[in-house]
Write a protein that binds this ligand. Structure first.
Ligand code: G3P
Length: 214
């Protein structure tokens, strides 16, 4: 499972790129707003920092506007992927963009039916939202697992990005489902490297080294 960062904060991305763990990045209008900058400012910087895909979301809600925005966004860099909401106009835009070789990430997916439709329209990626489903009492991790299983069953090549991840448990559970990618907020990514026994073990090793010095 590849690790993407779910943030538009360039400094945060830089730290984890330096760790060698981040392949791609996903953004959305809310994350751009939190960064305190504009999409036009951050996407080129992020695209230059990572090797893999960087999702930039369209704002238009009708097909023509989405396609127009997408064609401009992909000019920023080769690794820019267009994030499109899972609505009928969005599917129409995905079909047109796929025919032009423009990669799309269909977002705000909350059901297997939506995932299937996005994939059949030609989406490169689908993003089911785990945390927001958990919020309404639906098992988001299970939805990811079901989509991965169904796509495998039918030989669908669209990759699944587990999104709206809120904790390490979400990450570790989707790993077991064979999910292609998890897009992870910085706070959760920071927790993933931590274990009390690592810290305790290291402290003991260093103390013993001091004791063994001649
Ligand atoms: O990738 C989608 C993600 O940003 C949504 O997360 O926590 O706002 O549900 P959240």
């Amino acid at each position: 499972m590849k690790i993407f960062m779910d943030t538009a904060n360039v400094e945060e991305i830089k730290s984890y790129v330096d760790w060698g763990v981040v392949y791609g990045v996903t953004t959305n209008p809310s994350l751009i707003m939190k960064s305190g900058r504009t999409q036009a400012e951050v996407i080129p910087e992020i695209a230059a920092m990572v090797e893999g895909p960087v999702s930039a979301e369209v704002i238009a809600t009708e097909c023509e506007g989405m396609v127009k925005e997408a064609r401009e966004l992909v000019k920023i860099a080769d690794n820019v992927v267009i994030k499109i909401p899972c609505i009928p106009e969005g599917l129409k835009a995905v079909k047109i963009l796929a025919a032009e070789g423009i990669k799309t990430n269909v977002t705000l997916i909350f059901s297997m039916s939506q995932a299937l439709m996005a994939a059949r329209a030609g989406a490169t990626y689908v993003s089911p939202f785990i945390g927001r489903l958990d919020d309404i009492g639906v098992d988001g991790v299970q939805l990811v697992a079901n989509i991965v299983t169904a796509f495998e069953l039918y030989g669908i090549e669209t990759e699944v990005i587990a999104a709206s991840i809120r904790n390490i448990e979400h990450v570790e559970k989707v790993m077991l489902s064979g999910c292609h990618i998890a897009t992870i907020p910085t706070k959760v990514l920071a927790q993933m490297i931590k274990h009390d026994l690592t810290d305790k073990g290291l402290a003991t090793f260093l103390a013993d080294y001091e004791k063994s010095k001649k």
